[in-house]
Ligand binder design. Structure first.
Ligand code: XIL
Length: 361
């Protein structure tokens, strides 16, 4: 054995030892979403609440490149009270899972009005700026080796009026607060793509249009003022009661492209509220909603990621957790896989949408 063969052999052995054992899929599907997506230069992500769910993790490994911690990186979860010991355990567990398996992380989120602890939610407080910088400095670099992107601010725009939502910091400090957050994030996570993330950006109703207009005008203004922002996250919590309207959604994505911004689908799922109880019928309609949405969005080159808010009905916020609205009869079926991790028509619809998406740069 010459030196070269010896070295290659050693490297291969070390790699084999380091590689985690392949996990059996709970239900065999050869199709891998991340492989289909790679052919169209897209990454696939999912929300995962951590906690070592073996079957779900097998699905994530087979289909995803990136994990979004569902709750573990929210300020209210990490630091409900001012303390020097943040609750890192759950997030550290998810980070270990990612590290061991070559997955990346999407940070969610540096600010979200819904889980904001009081000590990080009062811009009138003299220590607010210092506290926020210290929070970001403790949280963001801890996962810096894994982080691909961050939702710097989540859901800043109002549903009721043009502009920011009414809350203790945005209402008072608006752009100034957003620029501060982005500066802080850039310092604490210099390699991450930094995003504004919001919902109700896909439907045809007037309030969705107002939100798209607000989002576009706001990022344009912030860019002009010198803020460094990489993209916009479209949450895409879809529902038949708020049908997607392709034309205005497309022109919004084009508008973001004109500003040099990337677009990330961050939280795709389908709330089956008001769909029939019959499961076969319902699954077909849910699949069509996924397919139509992706048909509208994936044709845009600046859309870089397809992110789901959970892969399976077994662990899904619409089925098991807090969700703003829920069907009255029958268990919801919002995800691509059912509660036994079997692929549903929605999964095959997404695979088909990826196959049909035009080649992208
Ligand atoms: C949700 C989680 O899925 C739930 O477990 C939690 O109880 C509440 O938050 N938009 C977001 C996510 O940006 O953070 C929300 O996640 C779902 C809506």
């Amino acid at each position: 054995m010459n030196r070269r063969n010896f070295l290659t052999g050693t490297v291969a052995t070390v790699a084999a030892l380091a590689a985690p054992p392949a996990r059996p899929l709970p239900f065999r599907t050869e199709v891998s979403l991340k492989k289909l997506a790679a052919e169209k230069s897209l990454k696939v992500s999912t929300a995962y609440n951590g906690g070592g769910h073996f079957d779900l993790e097998a699905l994530i490994l087979h289909h995803c490149d990136i994990v979004t911690p569902e709750n573990a990186l929210k300020p209210g979860f990490l630091a409900p009270k001012r303390t020097i010991n943040f609750a890192f355990e759950r997030m550290d567990g998810t980070a270990s899972f990612c590290r061991a398996n070559g997955l990346r992380l999407h940070g969610h989120t540096l600010y979200w009005h819904q889980t904001q602890p009081a000590w990080l939610n009062d811009a009138g407080n003299s220590s607010f700026v210092r506290d926020y910088m210290s929070y970001a400095g403790q949280v963001m670099p801890r996962y810096g080796d894994l982080i691909d992107s961050w939702d710097v601010i989540n859901e800043p725009f109002s549903d009721r009026k043009a502009g920011y939502r009414k809350n203790p910091v945005l209402d008072v400090h608006g752009d100034e607060f957003v620029r501060f957050l982005f500066r802080t994030a850039r310092r604490a996570a210099p390699k991450a793509k930094l995003l504004i993330n919001d919902y109700s950006l896909s439907c045809g109703a007037a309030y969705c249009q107002r939100k798209r207009d607000t989002a576009l005008a706001t990022v344009e203004r912030l860019l002009k003022a010198g803020m460094s922002i990489d993209g916009v996250g479209l949450q895409a919590h879809l529902a038949p009661t708020q049908p997607v309207h392709k034309t205005p959604l497309s022109s919004f994505i084009c508008g973001l492209n004109d500003l040099g911004l990337e677009v990330f689908i961050t939280e795709l799922d389908v709330n089956d509220i008001e769909l029939p109880e019959n499961i076969a019928k319902r699954d077909k309609l849910i699949a069509a909603i996924y397919k139509d949405y992706l048909g509208a969005v994936l044709e845009h080159d600046n859309v870089k990621r397809l992110g789901f808010w959970g892969l399976s009905d077994a662990e899904h916020w619409i089925v098991h957790g807090y969700a703003p609205f829920k069907r009255k009869r029958g268990t919801p079926r919002p995800a691509l896989f059912d509660d036994r991790y079997r692929p549903k028509p929605a999964f095959f619809a997404v695979a088909e949408a990826l196959n049909q998406a035009p080649a992208r740069t």
